[in-house]
Design a protein around this ligand. Sequence first.
Ligand code: BES
Ligand code: MN
Ligand code: ZN
Length: 491
Amino acid sequence: MLTLNGAAPDLGALDTPLLVVALATAPALTDELRPVDAATNGALGRALARRDFRGGRDETLQLAGGDRGILRVLLVGMGPAADRANALRRAAAIGGRQANKLGVGRAAFFAGAANAADVEAIGLGLVAGSWDFKEMKSPPPADEERAPLTEATVLAADAAARDQGLRAARAIGEGHSLARRLGMLPGNVCTPDYLADTARDIAKRLNMTVTTLDRAAMQREKMGSFLAVAQGTTQDPKLIVLEHRRGPKDGKPVVLVGKGLCFDSGGISIKPAQGMEWMKFDMCGAAGVLGAMEAIGRLELPVNVVGLIGSTTNMPSGEAMKPGDVVQASNGKFIEIINTDAEGRLVLADVLAFAKRFSPSAVIDAATLTGACVIALGHTATGVMGTDEPLVQEVLDAGKRSGEPGWPLPLWDDYKELIKSDVADIKNSGGRPAGTITAALFLKEFAEGYPWVHLDIAGTAYTESDLGTVPRGPTGVPVGTFVEFARGRAR
Ligand code: BES
Ligand code: MN
Ligand code: ZN
C-alpha cells in the first residue's frame, strides 16, 4: 500500500510531480487556486473560463505545470458533491489511478478546506485508486516501467484533522487492500489453508486470537452441511475464528461471517466453462471479513468483534456430494441437496449455527451467494436481508457511509414454499424465481438466536468490467460496510 502523509496546503511552495485538484460542479478560480493557475501559466483559469472542465462527476482534465514546483495538475470533477465524503473518495481514486498510469511515483491532493472525515475519504480513495496486483507479473523492461504511486500527500490546513483522517485511512486502506489482494489471488494459491494463515498473521500482529476447525474437528461438531461441500476436495476445509476483544469484558460481540469458497466449480451440478475462472472470487466474503478485522485491529476499536470464515472448494469428484443427497447440519436440520452449485448456503448453514455460541449482539454475513442478485441489483448495490429491522437499517447506513450501498429485499415467509423438500426439512435450491431471497431464507433457518443480516455481495465484491475507479477484479466490498458498522458500535 502507498504511504499516506499530510501537509498544509501551501500551494505556492508545493513540490510535486502531480497535484490532483478535486472540484465540484461549476468550479471557479478562487483565491486558493491562484498558485495552481500560476503553476500552469494561466491554463487553469483559461480551462475554467472556457468551461473545458465543468466539475462533473468523474470528469478529468490534465494540465501541464512548470519545470519546478507543481509539474502537472490533474483536475477531477466531483459532480454536485451532495455526499462530500463519497465524492472525495471517488475523485481521489481517479487521481490515484491516473498517477499510476502516468508513473509519477508521488502525488499531492487538494480539495480546499478539509476536515478529518474529508481527509480520511481522500486517503482511502488514493489507496483504492492506486491499488494494483502485480505480484504474478514479471517486471517490464526498464524503459517501459512506470513508477507506481508509492507516496501521496493529502493537503489540509488543520493538523489535527490531517492526523486523525490519515490514521483512519491507513488502517482501513490496509484492510481494503488485503481483501482485494486475497480476491485476486488464484485458487491454487489462495486455499483454505492460505486464508487460515492470513488470519493467524493478522492475529499475531494485531493482538487477536485465532482458532481453526479442520475436517476432523468439523466432523466432531457434526457439521454435515459444510462437510458435504468439502467432501469433493482433498484440500482440508477450514472454519476460521478470529477474535478482536477490546470492548467491555464479557460484552456481546458483533460476529462477521464470510463465505470462503476458494473456488466454486459448481461440483457435480457443474458450471459452464465460459467464465468459470471468475469463481476464484467466491471467497470475497471471507476476504471482506479478514480485511475488516485487519482494519478494526489497526484502529484498535473498543468493541468485541468475532470474524468467522467458512472456507473450502466446491469440486466434482468420485467422493463429491450429488443431487438428491440428504445431509444433516449441526443444528439438527436435514437438507436435501437439489443443486450442488448452491454450496455457499450449505457452508454458511453450519457457520451461522456455530455463531450462536458467541452470544452475538449481531451477526452479519457476507457472501457471493447468488447469480440472481447480480441480475436483480447489478454491480451497484449489495442485496441486504435480515431478521431484525433496526439491524438491517444499521447495516444499510454503514454501507452508505462507506460508499458501498446496499438495498433491501423482502425476506417474507411466502417465499419459503419454494424451498420445501419432499424428503427433508428444507432443500438447498428453490430454482430461479427470487433466487436471492430463497437463498437468504435458507440461511435464516440456521441463523437462530441472534439478530442477523445477510449481505449478498455476488454483484458488488468484484467487477468484470473496468469501472473507471476500479479495474477488472475485486472491489474491496464489503470491508467498508463491516468497518463502518463496527465503528458505529464503538461510538
Ligand atoms: N458463487 C455462486 C454465485 C455467483 C454466481 C456469484 C455468479 C457471482 C457470480 C453460487 O455458489 C452459486 O453458484 N449459486 C447458484 C445457486 C443456484 C444453483 C440455486 C446460482 O446463483 O446460480
Ligand atoms: Mn455455486
Ligand atoms: Zn459459490
